[in-house]
Write a protein that binds this ligand. Sequence first.
Ligand SMILES: NC(=O)c1ccc[n+]([C@@H]2O[C@H](COP(=O)([O-])OP(=O)(O)OC[C@H]3O[C@@H](n4cnc5c(N)ncnc54)[C@H](OP(=O)(O)O)[C@@H]3O)[C@@H](O)[C@H]2O)c1
Length: 216
Amino acid sequence: MASIAVIGGTGALGKGIARRLVKAGHDVTIGSRSAEKAQVTAEELGAAGYAANADAASGKDVVIVTVPHSSQGDTLALIKDKVGDAVVVDTTVPLVPPKVMRVQLPSEGSAAMQARAHLGPDVKLVTAFHNVSAHHLDSDHAIDCDVLVFSDDIEARKTVVDLCPGMGLRGLSGGSLGNSAAAEALTSILIYMNKTYKADGAGIRFTNLTEAPAIP
Ligand SMILES: NC(=O)c1ccc[n+]([C@@H]2O[C@H](COP(=O)([O-])OP(=O)(O)OC[C@H]3O[C@@H](n4cnc5c(N)ncnc54)[C@H](OP(=O)(O)O)[C@@H]3O)[C@@H](O)[C@H]2O)c1
């Protein structure tokens, strides 16, 4: 079992991810700008610990960052020198309110590329979880959605793919960090589909992958 911090773990996505990681038996620390706020979520989920974000990010195997795009840079700058050898998983989708149903990727190409710029070349950076609805994660039901995982570090990518089945998800390698743009863009399409087809959290499934992990 891994030691995992969820930065912004009091929010919609972070709490959902943390809930499933706790259930899978991992040693989960909830991070927040406020340790008191993190404590409330940690106690609700039965997580092992809670701390202010920078402390939460220290000494972990995996650090998952779940904050709004507008605070991605400041948050990554805060934890950059704390994460050490950890695999850092950035979940940021670069939505531009109010037109969140339109793909509007940043000039750098993706939130992943922005994360790389903020963290520098030495941090083991992975991106994932862009297409999974927070409210499905924050439940005990099965989730009909694949998780695309991107990184230029093959071992780090595998670490995150392997976390997924325990969370009730199928993790699939999506290749290099640059490919993250595709999953980030898909989120706007999923939001559009939720509205158009009155879906309760549309997801994605890939087919004909005979050698991929089984759907849990
Ligand atoms: N919601 C989804 O279904 C979903 C799905 C896929 C990907 N995502 C991505 O996941 C990320 C988080 O989404 P979310 O819906 O969970 O967001 P959220 O609930 O609005 O915010 C998550 C947490 O971020 C922290 N935060 C808010 N403003 C901040 C600031 N200015 N500086 C530092 N931390 C701040 C807050 O934690 P504290 O107040 O405790 O510090 C908050 O609980 C986003 O990038 C989003 O695109 C979301």
